[in-house]
Design a binder for this molecule. Structure first.
Ligand SMILES: [Zn+2]
Length: 208
């Protein structure tokens, strides 16, 4: 049995190196991507949607050309364990979700998915075995049409220099960049030129 071009063992190694641990959701995600791909016509140029920000975006990035960085993967944080691959021009696609109705014969998977026991009381080896044994049996496929117009990338538009931090940002965001409008994740530290940042090289003009 394979996941994408990989044996199960190789896929698990890949998951560990990319994701940090062999998360159950990523093994299921591998079967989900394979199933969705198998339902798409050959040669279709597809984009992807993940309906959760947990695990499935990484399965899609490992097994398809779609990444967050290249814009072909959209993460819509509905918290549903579902993904979709669809023709990027026509919108016709395949949605695959982990089907709660199919979990009754797989108690370890059900316990993990619905958090029926604390993690410390779950059996990770039995869970992994059931996931591999179940394969696509716990999944359901839907043929869908994606409203591609609503997902069109909005360009950044004109670029401005932020009067507060001096860095470039999309002018449409307002008079200052979104970070300087109060959304910065960095704590303010007194005496720093920019909040939480140190200047490690001087601007060119200062050297002259
Ligand atoms: Zn700024």
């Amino acid at each position: 049995m394979n996941i994408g071009p990989y044996s199960i063992e190789d896929y698990m190694h890949l998951v560990k190196s990319f994701h940090g641990n062999v998360a159950p959701g990523l093994i299921i995600g591998g079967f989900m991507v394979d199933l969705a791909k198998s339902e798409l016509p050959d040669g279709v140029l597809f984009d992807a949607i993940s309906e959760t920000k947990t695990c499935l975006p990484d399965a899609l990035q490992l097994l398809t050309p779609c990444t967050i960085g290249n814009g072909w993967l959209k993460v819509m944080d509905f918290g549903r364990f579902a993904l979709c691959l669809y023709d990027k021009y026509e919108g016709k696609g395949v949605r695959v979700f982990l089907d709660p109705e199919k979990l009754n014969s797989w108690p370890e998977i059900k316990t993990w998915f619905f958090k029926l026991k604390p993690k410390s009381e779950q059996d990770p080896d039995a869970l992994r075995d059931q996931i591999v044994e179940a394969g696509t049996d716990i999944l359901t496929v839907q043929h869908v049409t994606v409203d591609t117009a609503s997902l069109q990338k909005k360009g950044k538009g004109a670029i401005a220099l932020c009067p507060s931090c001096g860095e470039s940002y999309p002018a449409k965001d307002g008079a200052a960049c979104l970070a300087c409008q109060g959304n910065s994740p960095y704590k303010k530290e007194p005496h720093d030129a920019a909040p939480g940042l140190r200047i490690v090289s001087k601007p060119k003009n200062d050297r002259d």
